[in-house]
Design a protein around this ligand. Structure first.
Ligand code: PRP
Ligand code: URA
Length: 209
């Protein structure tokens, strides 16, 4: 699929298998999500532009590479996005953060927005939207609509698991937004859950039901 990268690194796949296992504890699930976020962050930022800046080592002056441009924005779709966000911030601690509060109505599967707060100057920044699950893609599509309304024009979407139906819907709605995921699973079930998936990511992270 165009514009979709499946990050199939063995470490990611191994950790993801443990996350999928229903016997994995809440603490283990959270820790693994954070670890996988490190590895996915490495991939989604692989082509960031560098510039040379002057520094002085203890030995000599030099021109050394640093990431060019304004600080990145990580946009977390609440709640489960925060699990990926923490790992991303471990690697890019100076990133700005947007929070998009959204949950999907269990009957209609339509997203319900309850919070939005984003840094200014979205039009000048790379925005990486994070949410572990891309199921129907209703949430991710609506979150990105909202960011675009606020001027964002350079966006990537990072998730852990995607359903083929969600990938198709998302790439049709936002063909300009590259998608990075650790897996595209088999299908969505009749309740809109990813199969075989890992269940409800938010509930597994926070011990709710
Ligand atoms: C989950 C997940 C995504 C959404 C994906 O959130 O974290 O945001 O579902 O489903 P979709 O692609 O069909 O929209 P949920 O609505 O369960 O909220 P939560 O993170 O607060 O638990
Ligand atoms: N949201 C989840 O947390 N899990 C799914 O399988 C689908 C949507």
């Amino acid at each position: 699929m165009n514009n979709v990268t499946v990050v199939d690194h063995p470490l990611i796949q191994h950790k993801l298998t443990i996350m999928r296992n229903k016997e994995t504890s809440i603490a283990g699930f959270r820790r693994l999500l954070r670890e996988i976020a490190h590895l996915l962050c490495y991939e989604v930022t692989r082509d960031l532009e560098l510039e040379l800046i002057p520094i002085e080592t203890p030995m000599a002056e030099m021109m050394a590479p640093a990431i060019k441009g304004k600080k990145l924005v990580f946009a977390s779709i609440l709640r489960a996005g925060n699990g990926l966000l923490e790992g991303m911030l471990d690697l890019v601690p100076a990133a700005r953060v947007a929070h998009i509060g959204m949950y999907r109505d269990h009957e209609t599967l339509e997203p319900v927005e309850y919070y939005f707060k984003a840094p200014s100057n979205l039009q000048d920044r790379l925005i990486i939207v994070v949410d572990p699950m891309l199921a129907t893609a209703n949430s991710a599509t609506a979150a990105i609509d909202k960011l675009k309304e606020r001027g964002a024009n350079n966006i990537r979407f990072l998730c852990l698991l995607a359903a083929p139906e969600g990938v198709a819907r998302f790439t049709e709605a936002h063909p300009d937004v590259p998608v990075f995921t650790a897996s595209i699973d088999s299908h969505l079930n009749e309740l809109g859950y990813i199969m075989p998936g890992l269940g409800d990511a938010g509930d597994r992270m926070y011990g709710t039901k």
